[in-house]
Structure formats: C-alpha cells, structure tokens
Design a protein around this ligand. Structure first.
Ligand code: ADP
Ligand code: MN
Ligand code: MN
Ligand code: MN
Length: 337
C-alpha cells in the first residue's frame, strides 16, 4: 500500500500567545483513531518548550481527522505536549480541561465558539489599497461584491475542508472590517470544541499559504476605527437547555460577574485594545449582561430569553484566546458551586 502521511500538530510555548506547529510522520498502516498512532518527539528548544541541553518533548496524539488537504487516507493529528518523562508539559492547557470536563461531565456542557480572524497580504489587511485606506466600515459585514469582499475563495476552501474533515462547523460570515471573517464551531462538548477550533485554525493558516495570505488571530489587528476580532464563546449546560433554564442562565451571569477579572486573564493577550466599549464591545473594566445586548460582556440571545431556556454568549474572549483555557474557566465558574 501507499505510505500514509500523518501531520502531527501541536501548540507551542510562545507567550503571551501560543502558535501552531506541525510536522509529518510517514506510516505504513491505515489510521482510524489516536490509538493507531505512535507517540513522537520534537525539539522543544525551537518552540520555547525546552532548553537546548535537554530539548526533547513528546507528542501524544489525542484527536485524529481525515486530512482534507492531502486527501484520504492521510490524517491530521492534534497532539498534547508532554515532557520527556511523560508528565504533562507546562504549555499543555488541554490536560487541565480534560480533568475539569470529566469532573462536571454530568452537567453536559456545550460550547459554540465564533472565531473571528483577519486576512493579510504583503503586510496589509486584504482589501486595504497600497499606501491608503479603503472605504470606512459599513458594507463589508455579510456583504457581497468585489468592492466589499476580500479572500472569499480561501474562506470557501476552508469551509469545505473543515466539513470534509468532519469538523462541526456551524456557519461562516464576512465581518465588519475588510478582509475580516468568522467561522463558528459547535455546539459540542468542551474538549471537542477546543480540539476542533485549533484544527480549524491550523487548516485556515495552511490553506492561506496557497494564496500568499496570512491569517491573523489578534484582538485588535488595526488600530483606529476598525473592529477588533473576538472569539465569542457560547455556553450552555443541560439545565440551561431545559424548561426553566433561563433562571440557571441568569445565575451563571451572576457567578461570572464576581469572577470577571480572573476570566480576563485567560481571554487573550492584548484584549484591552479591543474591549474599549466601542465597536460592539463592553469595556474591559466593566461587567454587564443583558438580553440581545451586543454592548454587554454577556449577551443572552433573544431566542433564549423568549423560550425561557437556551444558552449565553460570553462576548469577552479575544480572537487569540486558547479555547482550552477559556472553556476550563467557564466550566469552573459556572458548573462549580
Ligand atoms: P452571533 O453572531 O449572533 O453572536 P453566531 O450564529 O455567529 O451568533 O454563533 C452562535 C453560536 O452559538 C454557534 O457557535 C453555535 O454553535 C452556538 N450555540 C447554539 N446553540 C448553543 C447551545 N445550546 N449551547 C452552546 N452554544 C450554542
Ligand atoms: Mn457570530
Ligand atoms: Mn462576529
Ligand atoms: Mn457573537
């Protein structure tokens, strides 16, 4: 048989915002699940995960999907990073989410994450003319036409790739700034949404290479009167989704209020540039929740308020957040007593 290409993907040790890395392993057998894949190692001194004199880190496969770029039977393999002795590496936030997800599994938490991002070419936002500015924001959001839309071919390829790899993409839309877009993952459980978000980010960056387009996940990619990029995190438990759930949603908002500062610490570096109180955000120094309120920290969708059950939307996380940390924090605050 033809050898199989397995792309091992992991999260590096860069601070304050980690990046994605990957390398290819050739296998001589079909891969159906993570158990079919060997552990592997990499040079942690090149990714800020180890010192040069003791540089080996381990890659433990945890999530395998068909590779939508190389095609089947090749695979993408998301990994956790371990120290050489097999213990959890300091940069591995997934391990902690694993134990929190386990602790509260009876509450059946679901997450849906709206990943906003910006496309760049030659160092400029896609749609920004050389040495100048495009028309101000207004017609780009969910727009159509070559004067308004930049990068759609890449965006469409990404959507098809994610769907063919079995990722639970909920939808996509063009955003408020030129060359700014969004895709949504979910609703699924905490580990699934986080693994899938990281994989979807990787696929987006990888496909961008084919177009010479750089994908940026940054809270405020362009200063000035341009929207920032967030990662609104939608959350529900079984109790919130059942009759009378709106009461549980409101209680969750009150719990979140008390922990606002703690949450902001893991919601993405540079988020203060985005959460100014303008551009559909609440100021980082305030906490507010409300029905349909896009200027609040937490929005209760009108649909949830009307039905008396559903979910809440945490609008605070930035585009560069680590979903393992955000999901863990939300579950700790809301699912705990
Ligand atoms: P908006 O742009 O209006 O804030 P989107 O349609 O972009 O909303 O995103 C809504 C998100 O909410 C999606 O990611 C979806 O998966 C998620 N979602 C829907 N229902 C639930 C639920 N019961 N629990 C958690 N997330 C949910
Ligand atoms: Mn959205
Ligand atoms: Mn959006
Ligand atoms: Mn939203």
């Amino acid at each position: 048989m033809m050898p199989i290409k397995a792309e091992y993907i992991w999260i590096d040790g860069y601070k304050p915002t980690a990046g994605l890395r990957s390398k290819t392993k050739i296998l001589d057998h079909i891969v159906r699940s993570a158990e079919d894949l060997p552990e592997w190692s990499f040079d942690g001194s090149s990714t800020r995960q180890a010192e040069g004199n003791f540089s080996d880190c381990l890659l433990k496969p945890v999530c395998v999907i068909p590779d939508p770029i190389r095609g089947e039977p090749n695979v993408l393999v998301l990994c956790e990073v371990l120290n050489a002795d097999g213990t959890v590496h300091a940069s591995n936030a997934r391990a902690r989410l694993r134990s929190i997800a386990d602790q509260y599994s009876n509450q059946e938490a679901w997450f849906g994450i709206e990943q906003e991002y910006n496309l760049y070419k030659d160092g400029r936002p896609l749609g920004f003319p050389e040495g100048g500015f495009p028309a101000p924001q207004g017609e780009y959001y969910c727009g159509v036409g070559a004067n308004n839309m930049f990068g759609r071919e890449l965006v469409e390829q990404h959507l098809s790739a994610c769907l063919s790899a079995g990722l639970k993409i909920d939808g996509i839309n063009a955003e408020v700034m030129p060359g700014q877009w969004e895709f949504q993952v979910g609703p699924v459980g905490p580990l699934a949404v986080s693994d899938q978000l990281w994989l979807a980010r990787w696929i987006m960056c990888r496909l961008g290479e084919n177009f010479g387009i750089e994908v940026r996940f940054k809270p405020k990619p362009q200063m000035g009167d341009w929207n920032g990029a967030g990662a609104h995190t939608n959350f529900s438990t079984k109790a919130m989704r059942e009759v009378g759930g709106i009461k549980i949603i409101e209680e969750a908002c009150q719990k979140l209020q008390v922990k606002h500062a703690e949450h902001m610490k893991v919601y993405g570096a540079g988020n203060e540039l985005r959460l100014t109180g303008l551009h559909e955000t609440c100021s980082i120094n305030e906490f507010r929740y409300g029905v349909s309120d896009r200027g609040a920290s937490i929005r209760i969708p009108v649909y949830s308020a009307k039905n008396g059950r559903g979910y809440l939307e945490d609008r605070r996380p930035a585009a560069n957040m680590d979903p393992y940390k955000v999901c863990a924090k939300l579950m700790e605050t809301i699912c705990g007593e």
